[in-house]
Design a protein around this ligand. Structure first.
Ligand SMILES: C[S@@+](CC[C@H](N)C(=O)[O-])C[C@H]1O[C@@H](n2cnc3c(N)ncnc32)[C@H](O)[C@@H]1O
Length: 192
């Protein structure tokens, strides 16, 4: 799927940098800047960062910004856009990213719109996180020869073997989804 974004990268960059993308400059960027000013995260990860302009702006307000982007074309543009900014960029899909650190804030702008049932999606992500938290240490103990990547692969494999009822037992007690919002331009305050 990320391949289809390759050809849009330079067009989108030109539009954003020329100020022609009003949704980006007047709605989305001010929204995210206000959000980080309000939440004051120490670290954030942007999943599917596209041309990288959002991360490049947000690093002015957040100490650590990691951005991941799987499309070759988008990643190539993002690499130029974030150069010298301090944003750490990786060419990866969300599914392939293994974090070495927790993040205070996760941003994924215009990436989840193809997911039909967002609540179900978030619930299943939260259940998987709880499962990983509970199982990771025992896998490490039982199979010390496995490296981190192999442990993650085993977790995925074991999760895939559970049926829906078994998965639903991993109740995300420690996972707190505080806020989900869909930003619709008509509801946002558009600057002049
Ligand atoms: C509509 S674009 C949005 C790009 C950027 N967030 C923005 O607001 O301009 C969707 C982006 O999601 C990326 N993407 C698609 N599948 C992804 C995945 N599995 N993990 C992370 N990013 C993905 C695409 O490569 C593309 O750059």
């Amino acid at each position: 799927m990320p391949k289809r974004w390759d050809d849009f990268a330079s067009i989108r960059r030109a539009q954003i940098e020329a100020g022609m993308d009003l949704t980006f400059s007047k709605v989305c960027l001010p929204y995210y800047i206000n959000l980080v000013k309000e939440l004051r995260p120490e670290s954030l990860i942007e999943v599917g960062c596209g041309t990288g302009h959002l991360s490049e702006n947000l690093i002015n307000h957040v100490n650590t910004v990691v951005a991941i982007e799987p499309s070759e074309g988008m990643h190539a543009v993002a690499k130029q856009v974030i150069e010298g900014s301090g944003v750490q960029l990786f060419r990866l899909r969300a599914e392939g990213y293994r974090s070495t650190q927790p993040f205070d804030l996760i941003i994924s702008h215009m990436v989840l719109q193809l997911v039909d049932n967002l609540e179900l999606f978030i619930e299943s992500v939260a259940q998987f996180m709880v499962f990983c938290q509970k199982r990771r240490e025992s896998i490490r103990k039982d199979t010390p020869e496995l490296d981190d990547e192999q442990v993650e692969a085993k977790l995925k494999e074991q999760w895939g073997q559970l049926d829906e009822e078994q998965k639903s037992k991993f109740i995300p007690m420690g996972v707190d989804v505080q806020h989900i919002s869909e930003l619709i331009p008509a509801q946002a305050s558009v600057g002049q």
